[in-house]
Design a protein around this ligand. Structure first.
Ligand code: ADP
Length: 483
């Protein structure tokens, strides 16, 4: 499978990787944006300062402020107090002093002619190509703002022509700022931010690793516990800690294990019971066949009759096991049933047993939602038991009623031997029978089937018993059929 070749990252690692990736991206984005904003501000400041130099130069040269620095045609030189271009430039250099990270150069007829008296970082005259380029740019007499990257580094410059009427010499004043030096503060701030952000990222990673580990611990416990639980030992449960989604999941898994455990135990119990119940008929059949004399037809006839009888019993047992399994599935097919008619029908079926005096004692006059086939099966089972265990000729009553306005009862009362107190619960277990006392054949599955059908309807089987008779009642919550 292709997925098995992929690296197997734990959930903890994946959570952490996602947190770190998002945090790192956000931090880098925030830092980079802040740096761009700061850089933009510095560049604007540089431009403002360069334009103020143009202003200052014009003031020094002519005494008239000019604001046209957009690269359009410059205004005609105003009358100046200076006689020559060189003199005007010298006046500029003596009055307009470069600031930090700033250089200036005076150019006359395309050649560097004046430099600032104070020490500057970059000497523009050392980059003749740059000077030539700027001279060419302002040949049309305009003021120019520009950027250059060359041997002197990244420079933002402004060039403004300085011309004196009557002097044929073409003067030019260039002021330039070292962009890298101007951005140094921003870059250093950004570097500090990067170091702090990296520290923050490490802190987020550590905290994230611990928190993710803590939160996922119940999952690990769940996995460990699940791997310890095997089909042969379903008794272990996972300790539930805290009160959150994961503890909820743990409880759900525990409940599921309870159910599986219950189902597996019930299956084992059923198998044991069935094995135990089948042992007797198998032993009888085998014993009969072993001792029968094949030469004696009477002996053989008797052995075969007993064998067939026992095999019938086994077959009935198998049918009842199937019926019990169906009843326990609690899948009901409820429909509105008129209980009076229903009672009469069941009574008619039960009273075909001519060994007793059957009596229809009462009926509930109501229409209810019940699975009539299942209730019939259960009710007839009670009637059948009464018929089996009560002495022949004794009366058996049967009826339906509503108790407390909430319960619907289908009952059968006989005058048989009753059930010993200590057996009252036991007879509802599979194969639970009251010993040899009765001398009546049975599988011990009848009452469990009745109980399962009552339970599927949300009810139970109630038993009142004494040595002079028993009353079994299927009690289910009253669910009236509307309309
Ligand atoms: P089975 O009748 O096949 O033995 P049941 O589950 O129907 O199995 O009944 C379980 C036991 O309960 C019976 O063996 C019998 O001893 C006792 N029992 C059931 N109904 C009656 C009854 N009406 N009177 C006396 N004992 C009864």
């Amino acid at each position: 499978m292709p997925s098995s070749r992929l690296p197997r990252w734990s959930v903890r690692t994946r959570i952490l990787a996602a947190i770190l990736a998002v945090t790192a991206l956000s931090m880098a984005g925030a830092g980079f944006t802040a740096y761009l904003v700061q850089r933009d501000r510095v560049m604007h400041e540089i431009d403002d300062r360069l334009l103020s130099r143009v202003e200052a130069v014009r003031v020094v040269v002519s005494g008239s402020p000019a604001t046209d620095v957009s690269g359009t045609e410059g205004s005609a030189p105003a009358p100046s107090s200076h006689a020559t271009t060189r003199e005007a430039l010298e006046a500029v250099f003596s009055r307009v002093l470069p600031g930090r990270n700033e250089s200036s150069l005076g150019v006359i007829d395309g050649k560097p002619a004046l430099v600032s008296a104070i020490d500057v970082d970059a000497h523009l005259e050392e980059d003749p190509a740059l000077v030539d380029r700027i001279v060419a740019e302002v040949s049309d007499g305009t003021v120019r703002l520009g950027t250059s990257v060359g041997p002197l580094g990244s420079l933002r410059y402004v060039a403004t022509p300085v011309n004196i009427e009557g002097d044929p010499q073409q003067g030019l004043y260039i002021a330039a700022f070292d962009i890298d030096a101007e951005l140094k503060d921003s870059i250093s701030a950004f570097s500090t931010y990067a170091i702090v952000a990296a520290g923050g990222l490490v802190a987020v990673g550590l905290v994230g690793w611990l928190v993710a580990g803590r939160l996922l611990r119940p999952l690990r416990d769940l996995r460990d516990a699940a791997s310890r639980i095997s089909a042969t030992d379903l008794t272990k449960r996972i300790p539930v800690q805290g009160n959150d989604d994961l503890s909820g999941l743990t409880s759900t898994v525990n409940t599921m294990l309870d159910r599986i455990d219950g189902a597996v135990s019930a299956q084992k119990q059923l198998l044991n019971d069935v094995r135990h119940e089948l042992k007797t008929p198998i032993t009888i059949v085998r014993g009969q066949l072993e001792v029968a004399n094949p030469e004696d037809p009477d002996d053989m006839r008797q052995a075969i009759a007993i064998a067939i009888d026992e095999l019938d019993r086994m077959s009935a047992l198998v049918d009842e096991i199937e019926s019990l399994a169906d009843s326990q599935q609690s899948l009901l097919n409820r429909s509105p049933i008129d209980i009076r008619d229903f009672t009469e029908q069941v009574f008619a079926k039960a009273s075909t047993d001519g060994n007793h005096k059957w009596n229809l004692a009462e009926f509930a006059e109501v229409a209810c939602l019940i699975d009539s086939a299942r209730i019939t099966q259960a009710w007839l089972q009670l009637a059948d038991n009464a018929g089996k265990y009560a002495p022949p000729g004794s009366p058996i009553s049967l009826g339906s009623r509503i108790t407390d306005g909430q319960l619907l009862e289908f009952w059968v009362a006989d005058q048989g031997p009753g059930i010993p107190k200590d057996m009252e619960d036991r007879i509802f277990d599979r194969f639970g029978r009251v010993g040899a006392q009765r001398g009546v054949r049975g599988s011990g599955l009848g009452l469990p089937i009745v109980a399962a059908i009552a339970k599927a309807h949300g009810g139970r089987v109630a038993l009142q018993s004494s040595p002079v008779g028993s009353r079994f009642a299927i009690e289910i919550p009253l669910q009236e059929a509307n309309g």
